[in-house]
Design a protein around this ligand. Structure first.
Ligand SMILES: Cc1cc2nc3c(=O)[nH]c(=O)nc-3n(C[C@H](O)[C@H](O)[C@H](O)COP(=O)(O)OP(=O)(O)OC[C@H]3O[C@@H](n4cnc5c(N)ncnc54)[C@H](O)[C@@H]3O)c2cc1C
Length: 405
């Protein structure tokens, strides 16, 4: 597949980003170009199966990418702005494969890794270095068949019951990223009238995992049901405090949401670049599409959207690094980035016509990227808190809980 010039390099100026973050962008871009780009079409179009799980986590670990979000005491890079850097990694990986970025970085490094940062010292100090070295695959499980957006105690059906020396888990989790190949899972359970997060061994007796779901997009991100049948978890595998599981889950999800915003920017930029290049070459009625004011103005609007969405995820990450929270910015970054990805992918396909709609052109063997970007973009508006929930978070910050609930 040919890759057009990256318009962001001339349109978007990283004038205020710390030198540290710019270095990370350059480093990860080189990795993504060398390692992900050659297999991107295959990752983005091969239907889900255990065999098709992207085994790129080893290469990512060897390149030190999993060290970027973490402090030096667990083998991380100890960056001054780790969240900003982590989101930049997601944009660079997601430019070529959204599924891979979601599964192996947003899922592994943010949802699992940032949850483990809240684990007791003996778990944190053992498993975070192992995650950074790429020694295990992890899953993060809050969603269930009947509860996902609503993570209230009343909705949660997976139950952890205290027994001698630990807990027994019974229940079913659904849509669990990486579970088909995972070694460990952090799982949110009802424990009495509270929710508790436990770290369970995926190879323990009583754990079974379904076949990967066949989805509209993000094929490189395998999701499956995980069933817990009286699975034992020792006492010292409670992550956070007993009864404090929701706080732990929401903490990781707040960062994950910024990540979905960054991946949205990545998809939008990739579709934008492909279409802008095509518009300069394809002639209709004797002139290039890029000469038509209709398309010039539409892509000018999308350039503004990209600037806004990128600035939002960067501000969210920066504020989180400086102040330790960025709830409104995270919600805005997720909302705007994921929506932009769908909008730009749709318009990019429209201007490329049939050449946008096709995945592989039989006559020439050419591989086209827009079809998979359009399919992959949709889930960004749904997962890690549907976009309606992001609006609710923003509204809550305008009117207060007394009005919004
Ligand atoms: C590819 C993929 C990967 C995933 N990975 C994981 C994972 O690793 N771990 C995990 O735990 N889960 C995971 N999920 C689950 C995902 O987070 C949920 O699908 C998502 O939270 C939405 O939940 P739901 O699908 O049950 O929709 P529901 O909760 O049933 O909501 C349906 C729709 O209702 C609307 N809605 C909901 N609440 C409100 C409201 N208050 N106001 C207005 N509208 C509302 C929204 O539009 C929402 O999309 C994944 C899902 C997919 C598809």
């Amino acid at each position: 597949m040919t890759h057009p010039p990256r318009r962001a390099d001339t349109l978007f100026q990283d004038v205020w980003l710390p030198e540290e973050t710019r270095r990370i962008r350059a480093e990860v871009r080189e990795f993504a170009q060398d390692v992900i780009r050659p297999v991107a079409h295959q990752l983005n179009t091969t239907p889900e199966s255990k065999e098709a799980f992207p085994r790129n986590s080893d290469a990512m670990a060897r390149a030190g990418l999993y060290a970027i979000p973490y402090p030096a005491d667990v083998g991380g890079r100890g960056l001054e702005f780790p969240t900003l850097a982590t989101l930049t990694v997601l944009e660079e990986l997601g430019y070529y494969s959204r599924g891979l970025a979601s599964a192996l970085y947003d899922g592994q490094a943010i949802l699992v890794g940032k949850t483990l940062e809240k684990a007791p010292a003996h778990l944190r100090n053992k498993y975070l270095p192992a995650l950074i070295r790429g020694e295990f695959v992890g899953s993060f499980a809050t969603s269930e068949p009947e509860a996902s957006t609503d993570l209230s105690v009343a909705s949660m059906q997976t139950v952890a019951t205290q027994v001698a020396g630990g807990w027994r888990i019974n229940g079913r989790k659904r849509w669990i990223t990486n579970s088909a190949v995972a070694d460990w899972i952090v799982v949110l359970c009802r424990s009495g009238e509270r929710l508790t997060m436990l770290m369970a061994d995926m190879h323990a007796e009583g754990v079974s995992v379904g076949k990967p779901d066949l989805k509209m997009g993000n094929h490189a991100q395998l999701t499956s049901d995980v069933v817990f049948d009286n699975v034992f978890v020792p006492d010292d595998h409670v992550v956070g405090t007993e009864g404090g599981g929701l706080r732990v889950a929401l903490g990781a999800l707040a960062l994950g949401r910024m990540g979905i915003g960054a991946i949205g920017v990545a998809m939008a930029q990739a579709a934008f670049d492909h279409a802008a290049d095509y518009m300069c070459k394809r002639k209709v009625f004797g002139q290039e599409l890029a000469r038509m004011q209709h398309w010039q103005y539409l892509f000018a609007e999308h350039a503004v959207g990209l600037e806004q969405a990128r600035s939002l995820y960067q501000k969210a990450g920066y504020r989180y690094d400086v102040e330790g929270s960025a709830e409104v910015e995270a919600a805005m970054a997720k909302l705007v980035g994921s929506r932009l990805a769908v909008d730009v992918a749709r318009d990019a396909i429209q201007v490329c016509g049939a050449y946008g709609f096709v995945r592989e052109l039989s006559a020439t063997g050419e591989l086209m990227p827009l079809e998979s970007i359009y399919r992959d973009a949709k889930i960004g508006e749904i997962y890690e808190g549907a976009n309606e929930i992001q609006k609710w978070v923003i509204a809550r910050n305008i009117f207060g809980r007394a009005y919004t609930g």
